[in-house]
Write a protein that binds this ligand. Structure first.
Ligand code: GUN
Length: 278
């Protein structure tokens, strides 16, 4: 039976460390959290992030725009936040409603305040292995692996999903740690043939039941990044058939309580990094 990789417990440790460092910083870090529209999942994520800010001693300020506010208003807001000295980090919750251009919005964020590491400058830095700000979810996965003494060096890591937010940067962070990395996606034929080769399998697709026990090599480490809502039970779950895979893997992250809390803990770390640099 696989050992549970407890992201919730680790997030509490990381947040405590951030809180203690902030106490000695001499300034209060400010994080602007921008939400556009009324997506229910985004609302939950934003509320959780604001709560984390309170826990850590960060001034989290929410900026809520209506779904029809328009791209120009959003860009204007970002420019205002870029210019504010009391705001050290800016996060625009994704996805944006229809009609917004996410790439242009990201491009408007000052790279030094880009606590998601989504801007071209920060993406380029990650590509080159020269970065302080790493995207929160992949960095959260790396922190979980490190905490449990799992070294990716020399391991075959298979990342399922190629999003800019998770899949692609996840592959880069693993590569920088000397893993052999394969990225799979919706057009990968024979997905299970490849996932079965993984020493570390990271799934970031958003499809319930995608990863079943027969797709996992015995004693593999399985990291489930997805957060899906099961419409039958109303409960949160990932991509991985947790009970089935648990019987095969050596380590597994649960959903909820795995990667999700670490994503938010890294956001707090990144806000501290951004505040320290000013
Ligand atoms: N939507 C889903 N994950 C993320 C994230 O890490 N950052 C932002 N800004 N939006 C998201």
């Amino acid at each position: 039976m696989a050992k549970i990789l407890d992201g919730k417990a680790l997030a509490a440790i990381v947040k405590q460390e951030v809180k203690e460092e902030i106490a000695g910083l001499g300034i209060v870090p400010g994080l602007a959290v921008v939400i556009v529209g009324d997506d229910a999942a985004s609302r939950v994520y934003v509320n959780n992030k604001k709560r984390d800010c309170v826990d850590c001693g960060i001034k989290g300020e929410e900026f809520a725009l209506a779904a029809d506010a328009g791209q120009e208003r959003l860009l204007e807001l970002i420019h205002e936040l870029n210019a504010r000295p009391d705001i050290h980090g800016i996060l625009v919750q994704m996805p944006l409603p229809r009609g917004f251009c996410e790439q242009s919005v990201i491009a408007a964020i000052a790279p030094e305040k880009d606590v998601d590491a989504f801007t071209m400058e920060n993406v380029g830095r990650i590509m080159n292995g020269d970065y302080e700000l790493a995207p929160c979810t992949p960095a959260g996965v790396m922190a979980i692996l490190d905490h449990y003494g799992i070294d990716p060096a020399g391991k075959h890591c298979v990342v399922v999903g190629r999003s800019n937010i998770v899949g692609k940067p996840m592959a880069m962070l693993l590569l920088h740690r000397h893993a052999t990395v394969t990225i799979c996606h919706s057009r990968t034929p024979n997905l299970s043939e490849i996932t079965r080769q993984a020493d570390i399998l990271v799934s970031a697709v958003g499809k319930i039941g995608l990863i079943t026990a027969d797709m996992v090599k015995p004693e593999a480490i399985v990291v489930d990044v997805a957060i899906n809502r099961n419409t039958d039970t109303g409960k949160l779950c990932g991509d991985v058939d947790f009970e089935g895979v648990r019987a095969v893997a050596s380590h597994i992250t649960p959903v909820p309580g795995g990667v999700g809390p670490m994503t938010r803990a890294v956001l707090m770390q990144n806000t501290l990094i951004a505040a320290r640099r000013c």
